[in-house]
Structure formats: structure tokens, C-alpha cells
Design a binder for this molecule. Sequence first.
Ligand SMILES: [Fe+2]
Ligand SMILES: [Fe+2]
Length: 357
Amino acid sequence: MATPFSTTGFHHITMVSSNAPRTLAFYGDLLGLGLVKKTVNFDDPGAYHLYFGDSEGRPGTIVTFFEWPKAPPGQWGIGGVHHLALGVQSAEAQLKWKRRLTDAGVAVTGPLDRGYFRSLYFADPDGQILEIATAGPGYAIDEPADALGTSLLVPPLERMPEGRDEAAIAATTHPEPIPEITADMALDGIHHISAITDDLDRAGEFYETALGLSLIKMTYNQDDGQTKHYFWAAYDGQSIAPHSSMTLFGWESGRRRAQPGVGQTHHVAFRTNDATEQKEWREHLLSLGLSVTEVRDRTYFESIYFHAPDGLLVEIATDGPGFAVDEPADSLGDELKLPSWLEPRRSDIERTLVPLP
Ligand SMILES: [Fe+2]
Ligand SMILES: [Fe+2]
């Protein structure tokens, strides 16, 4: 459906951690993501907000956490994110990740051949489900690259649970320990985000008209052949933009709804070029009948928030000004940064936060 505004992909994803030092150790040390900003939740300044990303914290690579030690454990379900997939270039590098994670005591499932990519699954220390997905072979393996998302595709039996050799998959790993992350293992940002909806048609209309994404794949969940699995992305009819695949599992209404809390995704943010476009985009969203917040200044970007019809909290964030706005680009994440209006409260805020290494 034609729409005046189209996102180029994800800006960031924000999840809930119960323990900032543990989250820093897991995402920073074990997964090798860079800490690009150490700050507090601007709406709740007693809580850390940690931002991870590539060296510059470019949109599409940004993974953030609110630290809420007292939040209840969350649960995935309708209106929530099921998992976050981070990208890796090759299947060989993916196997190295399996070895590194397994040796660190993390339970890993896979690698599973999903056709469009290969997938490795595990969870962070709070229970957030994560995936490491390979860049290829891509979405054009079973329909033409210029006609993605046009037919409902049934996955071949060998990709379904009843056709897989689970024992062989479990036994597959890299032969040597991986104490240091090698260059080929670099995780290159958000590969896809998979959420759960109770109405794929309504969700599709939302992602297409509110965010300008395109339906690029209609298939079934390869772990549960009864459940439809649809993919949307920034797609120009020829190729798919990196960091832009939003996938949804279609559940029946009445099944479990997502419970917000620890180990769950708080919100998903998509990109807009700048504040001018964001302002016009906001008017467009209002014209669709969505309830949209005012523009909020997040220092590193500007944000508006609204809900998808199934309840998922969605943000549109500007690409700029970026994380080098308040500290040198070569030392991002080193110091606790506060927005100007919280600086007068710095000593109180620092007293309430557990220091991070
Ligand atoms: Fe996935
Ligand atoms: Fe956000």
C-alpha cells in the first residue's frame, strides 16, 4: 500500500535488564558489542540506560537496556517481541559463536537451516531470547528477488522439526575453543526482530501504512507448522535494506499476551532521517488514527512513540545527532553521561547506581 513515509530500517531495540553489570559482561565481553553510551533512563533517572552498538553506534546496530532490578520477570506472547536476531557474515563464524557460547555455559540450539539464513538460538542472563543469524543466502531462494512476499510458501520438510536430524544439529560445533572473538565473528547489528501478533492482516496494514515496510515473505514457523510467519522489511522491489526485517508469528486471539518485564523487549525503534521528516511523519501517524506522543529529546536522537495494533510499543527515532554529541567518538561509553537537565542531580544519581567497570 502506498504510504508517504518509509523507514529505512531499525534504529534500535530496547530491552529490560535486571542487572546492568551482568548485562554489560554478557553483551560487551561475551558477545563483543561495544558500549556506546552509559546513561540513565531519561524518564526514570535512577535506572541505567546502556547502549551497545558498532564503533559509532550507527542506527540498526544499537541494542539498549533499561536496568530495572525490581521489575517482574516478563513473558513473551501476543503484542511482544519473541526474539532479537543479530547478524553474522558466515556459517563458519556462526559455529564459532556456538562454541564460544557453549564453553561459557550458555545453552545453545542450532544451527538450524531456516532457508533464508541459518539460526543459532540462546538467551541472555535475564531470559531474553537471542539469535545469531547468517547474512545469507537471503529471501530470494524460493521466490524471485523482484517479487518477494507474493505467495504463501510451505517450508520443505527437511527444515521442519519432523524432518530435521536434531542429534546431528546438536553435535555440530566448532572444533576449537574460541577464547577471543575473531574478526569474522563480528556481530553486525539487528538482522531481524520477531514479534507475535494475533492478527497478521491488521499488523501488516500497520507496518505498511505507518512505517512504509513491505511484506517480503509469507511462510510458516519452521518450529511450529501450524503458525504463520510473515516478514516485512524496507524493500524497493529489488533488494532489502540491512537491519530492516520485522517478522511476526501469527497466533490465534486469546492466546497468552506478552507480559512486560525483565528479559523482555520494551520497545522497537525505526529510523527517520531527521526532525523535519519526523514531524511530518507524526502528522501522518495521527491521520491514521494512531495515538502518538509529542517529540521527545533523547539527546542522541529525537523520538516519537505509539503502539502497534497488537500492543507492541514502537518508536520512530532520528538518525542524528548520534552518540558523539556529548563525548569523544573514540571513547564512547566510558563515562556516565547525563542530559543537561539532570546534571544538577548527578551526585544523587551516581549514588543510586552500581558503578560499572
Ligand atoms: Fe529469528
Ligand atoms: Fe528507544
